[in-house]
Design a protein around this ligand. Structure first.
Ligand SMILES: C[S@@+](CC[C@H](N)C(=O)[O-])C[C@H]1O[C@@H](n2cnc3c(N)ncnc32)[C@H](O)[C@@H]1O
Length: 321
């Protein structure tokens, strides 16, 4: 019944998009519940972008009551909630946060995690619908022991709890196709899906040529591992196909970013004080309508893919897995 209700809502939003109106609800809202992290991946923007992340990795964050208030506001404006950060599993009250979110009207509860703390937090994992684990050649090189254990844990969790697990793979320009063999074999042999993204600096990508080349090699040899959202080629990136309102972003201070994570310093206002619809309106007044020319070098391909697939569903390959 809940699923039917959600499908009906998504179709309602679809009809709005097609008639040029704004959607009632985002598909997903990403909420940074902490900026603390137990890893320091070399490419990570949190440690490298003092404009967007002036405080870098740090343990300060909202209180549990503030987190609940923000999540209840998000629930009225988003089909799914995705917790990330920082490393969400570092929050000692994560179980309470998830139990609260579960009591609300979300179609899906998700997390973006480095996967190193899943087994220690199995009660929290049980409450999740989707677990997105970030894993890539940089992490394997920097943290090989932890990553090998994380892969074993992912297999165990999927088998034991029947959870949907997907991998987010961040590629750097210096990564060679040969650096990816073990990772790709693991994904293919165990039928995991993966989403690949190029490393970005200050939220932007200036050159996608190297990324498209490596993606072509992966697609030729491992066609089955792609998450259906991932399109074939990002050159040229047609920013007009994006629909930023489908994936909202909330900072660790509880601020709604307008219109999306790429512009993380553009704050529409605090969800501790207002709700999403009000802030979206304010953001639009302050920063204008998106997508626009500023989106040309968008580094957030996963978000771009969400908008693109919603607008052009007939181009999506739903039959990969
Ligand atoms: C910052 S992490 C936070 C969530 C969690 N701790 C994790 O490791 O997935 C969120 C995602 O951003 C990606 N990421 C970090 N820095 C990046 C960069 N400079 N360019 C592209 N992706 C990046 C990570 O690989 C990860 O998939």
């Amino acid at each position: 019944m809940k699923d039917l209700k959600n499908i009906a809502r998504v179709f309602n939003d679809y009809s709005k998009i097609w008639s040029g109106r704004e959607v009632n609800k985002a598909l997903v809202t990403f909420f940074e519940i902490t900026m603390n992290c137990n890893l320091r991946c070399e490419y990570c923007y949190i440690g490298q972008d003092p404009v967007a992340y002036p405080q870098g990795f740090q343990p300060k964050g909202l209180s549990i009551d503030e987190i609940k208030l923000v999540i209840s506001k998000i629930s009225k404006s988003s089909h799914a909630l995705s917790l990330y950060g920082g490393e969400p599993f570092l929050r000692k009250d994560l179980l309470e946060i998830l139990q609260f979110a579960k009591s609300l009207d979300f179609g899906s509860l998700e997390v973006v995690t480095n996967g190193t703390l899943l087994v220690k937090n199995i009660k929290s994992v049980e409450l999740l619908d989707v677990i997105n684990i970030s894993y890539d050649p940089t992490r394997q090189r920097q943290y090989s022991e932890q990553m090998n254990k994380m892969l074993e844990d992912a297999l165990w969790i999927r088998k034991k709890l029947k959870k949907s697990i997907m991998f987010f793979i961040t590629l750097c320009e210096e990564d060679q196709f040969s650096d990816l063999t073990d990772l790709l074999n693991f994904m293919q042999n165990h039928k995991f899906c993966a989403f690949f993204q190029p490393v970005r600096t200050k939220s932007m990508i200036h050159d996608l040529k190297w990324f498209n080349e490596i993606m072509k090699s992966i697609k030729d040899e491992y066609p089955k591992i792609f998450y259906f959202n991932q399109i074939k080629n990002y050159v040229p990136l047609d920013y007009n196909r994006c629909l930023p309102q489908l994936s909202l972003s909330v900072t660790y201070e509880g601020n709604l970013v307008y219109p999306c994570q790429m512009f993380r310093t553009r704050i529409a206002g605090s969800l501790l004080e207002s709700d999403v619809a009000e802030l979206w309106k304010k953001g639009k007044e302050k920063y204008g309508t998106f997508p626009n020319k500023e989106c040309e070098n968008c580094g957030y391909l996963c978000m771009w893919d969400i908008g693109n697939n919603f607008r052009y569903p007939w181009k999506v390959n739903f039959f990969n897995y």
